[in-house]
Design a protein around this ligand. Structure first.
Ligand SMILES: Cc1cc2nc3c(=O)[nH]c(=O)nc-3n(C[C@H](O)[C@H](O)[C@H](O)COP(=O)(O)OP(=O)(O)OC[C@H]3O[C@@H](n4cnc5c(N)ncnc54)[C@H](O)[C@@H]3O)c2cc1C
Length: 391
């Protein structure tokens, strides 16, 4: 085996949370290594479309944002983490802007949408490629620094104090940041279901931490995105952005009736769709899959062009124009709500091991609101990186 390479901080994962941690640790003066399972671009974060929440509206506040998270989590979230999430959201957005992320603007301010479970318009967007824009900004900041990247170097083993085997590399570090995302790709494969996730979302890093004695919470709480694409075939497993509903699309059953609040919390909306289909009030896709309608014809062309251009392009390439015909949708496995227990510096219950992003639990309780995951990646990625560097 190769001789060990030595760093102050080792970050596992190159999604938004890992990149935010790596950039922040380096800026704090640490010698940082980042190891990713595949290429550095491969992650769920880059696939995120809809947006990122932050209380910028005149009628809004971090307190209101926190209250919405608490309610959407069905009062299961860790409020200490939630208050950090929502109070640091505006500064996280400004930090991303400093890194070159250009959020969509209108009328002299940010273009804000209301997402499911929210009482205010709070969702910032970069068209409908928000995750792509955020990871690009973070990746460029990381690559402009002096950190070391190990790609195609999956974490295979971690020994206390800390010695990691990442693919063919042995890496020693004083502190480790686990930012390896969730496990919905593996779960979907095991269940024979569709998922929105990238193939690297398999959860083995969580298992490595659990084997070392780390505590976790709500690991059983997996989230279905209410609006997976059901047809055409090229859109199956695609998550139709929640912004379609924010901009007026509604869910309809086979009789054309609205059967739920289309902007309710995600778990409630998904369950309503499952129930409607169970009652025999759903429709079938041409290849026999269960579905209901999402009436996207109610979205104005202006809103669609500004906030849904990528979605429109993809559907039109598949022969369907969502602005002139309703589309077919059904919930799809999407997000791991729970994860490793962390404190306000994102430290796990293992001294010197931090966790941020989808691998961590508590911030969303048992049900996440859309737009809070990218936010969590940036807010707690920064905290994890700074604290890991300090140690
Ligand atoms: C299609 C889609 C749309 C979404 N839309 C939104 C949205 O609009 N707003 C929002 O807030 N959230 C959205 N989400 C959720 C959000 O994007 C993710 O939850 C979040 O970006 C996860 O970031 P992360 O850094 O924790 O993990 P990821 O971005 O998944 O990154 C994990 C990284 O860890 C690496 N990795 C995994 N295992 C190992 C290992 N063994 N060793 C080394 N590296 C490993 C992976 O290769 C990857 O680099 C969406 C998710 C999807 C899939």
């Amino acid at each position: 085996m190769a001789a060990a390479a030595r760093f102050d901080v080792l970050v596992i994962g190159s999604g938004a949370s890992g990149l935010a941690a790596a950039v922040s640790a380096e800026k704090a003066g640490a010698r940082v290594a980042l190891a990713a399972k595949g290429s550095i671009q491969s992650c769920n974060s880059a696939k995120a479309q809809g947006g990122i929440q932050a209380a910028f509206g005149e009628d809004d506040s971090p307190e209101q944002h926190a209250a919405d998270v608490w309610k959407s989590s069905h009062e299961t979230a860790n409020m200490e983490l939630v208050e950090i999430l929502t109070s640091e959201a505006p500064s996280a957005i400004h930090w991303l802007e400093e890194l070159g992320v250009e959020f969509t603007r209108e009328n002299g301010g940010y273009r804000l949408a209301r997402c499911g479970g929210a009482t205010r318009k709070r969702l910032l967007q970069v068209g409908d490629r928000t995750g792509h824009a955020i990871t690009k900004g973070l990746r460029e900041a990381w690559e402009a620094g002096n950190g070391t990247t190990f790609d195609h170097a999956p974490l295979l083993e971690l020994e206390p104090s800390w010695r990691a085997r990442c693919g063919e590399h042995v890496i020693e570090a004083s502190t480790v940041v686990l930012a390896a995302g969730g496990r919905c790709y593996r779960e979907a494969e095991e269940r024979g279901e569709l998922t929105t996730n990238h193939p690297g979302a398999t959860g083995e890093v969580t298992q490595i931490a659990l084997d070392l004695g780390a505590e976790a919470r709500d690991l059983d709480a997996l989230q279905y995105h209410p609006n997976g694409g059901a047809w055409p075939e090229n859109m199956q497993g695609y998550s139709i952005p929640e912004t379609t509903r924010a901009y007026g699309a509604v869910l309809l059953n086979a009789d054309g009736e609205e059967f739920t609040d289309s902007l309710g919390p995600r778990d409630v909306v998904s369950q309503a769709i499952f129930d409607e289909v169970e009652k025999g009030k759903g429709v079938e896709s041409p290849d026999g899959r269960p579905a209901v309608y999402l009436d996207t014809t109610r979205i104005s062309a202006h809103d669609a062009e500004l906030s849904l251009p990528y979605m429109l392009r993809r559907y039109r390439a598949g022969g369907i124009d969502p602005l002139t015909e309703k589309i077919l949708t059904y919930p799809v496995l999407h997000y791991q709500n729970g994860g490793l227990v962390i404190d306000k510096d994102a430290q796990t219950t293992l001294e010197g091991v931090y966790a941020c992003g989808e691998i961590a639990g508590g911030t969303h309780g048992r049900n996440r609101m859309m737009g809070n995951s990218l936010l969590e990646c940036v807010v707690f990625g920064r905290r994890a990186g700074r604290a890991a560097a300090r140690n």
